[in-house]
Design a protein around this ligand. Sequence first.
Ligand code: ADP
Ligand code: MG
Length: 654
Amino acid sequence: NAGHMKKILKQRHSLPIFPARQKLLEELKKNDCVIVIGETGSGKTTQIPQYIHEERWDRKGTICITQPRRVAALSIAKRVAEEMNTNLGALVGYSVRFEESVSSATKLKYVTDGMLLREAISDPLLSKYSWIILDEAHERTVSTDVLFGIVKAAQSNRNCPDKDPLKVIIMSATMDVDHFSNYFNNAPVLYLEGRQHPIEMFYAKQKQDDYVLSTMSTVFQIHKESPAQHDILVFLTGQEEIDSVAHSIRQVAKDLSLAEFPKLRVHPLYAALPSHQQLDVFRETAPGERKVIISTNIAETSITIPGIKYVVDSGRVKIRSFNPSSGFDVLKVKKISQAQAWQRTGRAGREAAGYCYRGYTQEEFRAMALNPVPEILRSNLASVILQLLAVGVKNILNFDFIDKPSPDSVREAVEQLSVIGAIIASSDNLELTPAGRRMAQFPLEPRYAKAILCGPEHGCTDEVLTIVAVLASETIFVNPSGKKELAIRARQKFHSVEGDHITMLKIFRAFKSSKENKMWCHENFLNYRNLSYAVEVRRQLVQICQRCNIPVLSCQQNLEPVRRCLTAGLFTSVAELQIDGKYLTLSSKQECSIHPASVLFGGKPAYVLFTDLVHTGKAYMHINSIVDADWLYEVAPEYFRTRHIKKVCSAVGS
Ligand code: ADP
Ligand code: MG
């Protein structure tokens, strides 16, 4: 152990941030807010909180470090605990949605930006903390953007004799900081000397039709032509794609039985990955082994994996964006920006000279946007506005946003919150209703919180909680390529004519009856870990219900009330069958179809309630239930009256 600690100390001292330690501490002492810019891997996230702790500047309150993603918060907390030679949850802890490891001894706390925002609801001054470090500021997630305003206000409100001051650090991996600096009253900017070795670039010679396939073949080309041990980092888009590519690469590697080549160790990496699998990514390779990490944009800046020499960039990213004309958030695979392309490239040259393979042509690169659009300018604001109101911010458009969302998107979100009864909006004021205040207690989209709140009235809170917990987890289905048919057949017995939500409920119940059995999951092509996660999420949601005095009743076998509750929350996501057999969403008349993975696929119910609209060329309704037109009108008469579909509803319903 002493040897191990010595090695760690040596590593810490060799990081680019180490020579800047003194200068950094001086700046932090002099200023209330400092901006730190440094390339990924320079040591910002792991070292700066330790430096502050070493000075004992955290005596009066914890140091809180935000991360846009849970994987990063978890794995960095683990790493820092190791560097400080303490157990996770003691001096160093973390807090992410539905998972926490902190104690009264915790001084360095890594949290997701969403969690800190949630804490601000009960404590807008964030008085537990003496330091708040908003990390990965360049990512400009909605939660980080809103935290800028909340932290700035907390700092100014704590600047008085009877309160302890709050110190703030903004950290970013990109250089365009004028915007941040202006926003934070011309805070000083500290640039860390980066370490960048030369990187040889390769572009696609022509446009690739199938980026997944071309990415895979590039990986094998590297693997075959450079039989060294250097690791490969691959950027793709989402969990399902990454899992399936990881599977295929493992298969091909086995089939080729590339005896003379290094052994391939394949790691998927995405935000929803269970924590122990995340940490596996950092495990050193054995002699004769090569790591291939297949990641979402999470490895762009949030997570630094040592040993990468090759980067393969698909040039794509999956982002959630709000379509104001349809009123829905959609997940779409899009081209990355040039800034992101350079971040990805940089991953190859951290420790030695490296190689970057871009799966797009130079012309395609030049056509990319320079920078990504901040999330707050492209996503549904309902959750955030609900939270801002819960924090006590009354006038949303006057809130001190670093970039103001458009009045249209605020209006849209306000309307969504009004129709589910979370707020009362008058011309100059937004008022949280008692129901809205309860909805804000749940770390969920307001529409799901609304469905839960309707549970007691229909006697089925228990079942709604289960469905929401499963939706909050990653997919519970396992569809190994080549065995898809088998998997679907194995799960047929759970299928419900009522739709996917009830099917999920039946699966969850069966999982509980099996005593949460792993083998049972395997036999039924279900993901044991994600189901177990849903059990934990559900447990926590039950706790919140208890705190809010929401009785958790069960409706047992008759599940119609469950679909009614879902309708009460998700009625803005319903599509109606047209005479020509197509579906149009009720709210915006957008054309869509039932996703082939839905149990309702092939049928033609009159009204389909959907959880998400997925765009892959066409718009598909994903995770659906059959609903009754009468329920719609019952839960939101005003809404449907203003949308002029009252006649349609009552005509079909009667
Ligand atoms: P930054 O925040 O500037 O991007 P970090 O503080 O996250 O940098 O990482 C600094 C260095 O710590 C990385 O270059 C890497 O070598 C090392 N490191 C970080 N996390 C781990 C881990 N889980 N295991 C091993 N090394 C790690
Ligand atoms: Mg970092």
